[in-house]
Design a protein around this ligand. Structure first.
Ligand SMILES: [Ca+2]
Ligand SMILES: [Ca+2]
Length: 193
């Protein structure tokens, strides 16, 4: 309690992280040390998060995507990421099981956090994803997904919903699991050099 939690990782958080991720106590402690060095305040701001993303995508504009990812990780809605939110996020996006990842993808697409995804939100995320794709790669995309709107239309079509209907989490996850194309279109992975 009190001030002691500011420097050492509290036992409670550590136990919680061990249960909710596949990371070991050693790994979590190691990251916590790094996290504290890079982020002495213990909180990552949206601007810092954008910078992290920009380093991963030097050839494209990662800002709007980073903003959406930040929002989906900020589970307590306080406008910053604490260590726990950061580690859970890392777990979801790098090593999580498919369903966990898709739960996260759902929260990424649910821009207004109302528990449903509509087509406007799909379009908004597709626009952000599109900005991650380097220009040269964009020019090689198939005709039916070479603009954010086309990508959004194609993705939306796999869920068999009308344009004014909405998707619940279960429908989204099932739709993506059943279709490799939908799985591919919900995110962007840089081509390995
Ligand atoms: Ca937060
Ligand atoms: Ca929504």
């Amino acid at each position: 309690m009190g001030n002691s939690t500011s420097s050492a990782l509290s036992k409670e958080i550590l136990e919680d992280l061990k249960l909710s991720t596949i990371f070991t106590e050693h790994e979590i402690s190691q990251w916590y040390e790094n996290f504290q060095k890079q982020c002495p305040t213990g909180r990552i701001t949206p601007e810092e998060f954008e910078q992290i993303y920009t380093r991963f995508f030097p050839e494209s504009d990662a800002k709007s995507y980073a903003r959406h990812v930040f929002r989906s990780f900020d589970t307590n809605d306080d406008g910053t990421l604490d260590f726990k939110e950061y580690i859970i996020a890392l777990h979801m996006t790098s090593t999580g099981k498919t369903t966990r990842k898709l739960e996260w993808a759902f929260s990424l697409f649910d821009v207004d956090k109302n528990g449903y995804i509509n087509k406007t939100e799909v379009t908004e995320i597709c626009q952000a994803i599109f900005k991650l794709i380097p220009k040269e790669e964009q020019s090689k995309l198939p005709e039916d997904e070479n603009t954010p709107e086309k990508r959004a239309n194609k993705l939306w079509s796999y869920f068999e919903k009308k344009d004014n209907e909405r998707l619940a989490e279960g429908e989204f996850i099932q739709g993506v699991i059943e279709n490799d194309n939908a799985m591919r279109l919900i995110h962007y992975e840089p081509v390995k050099q």
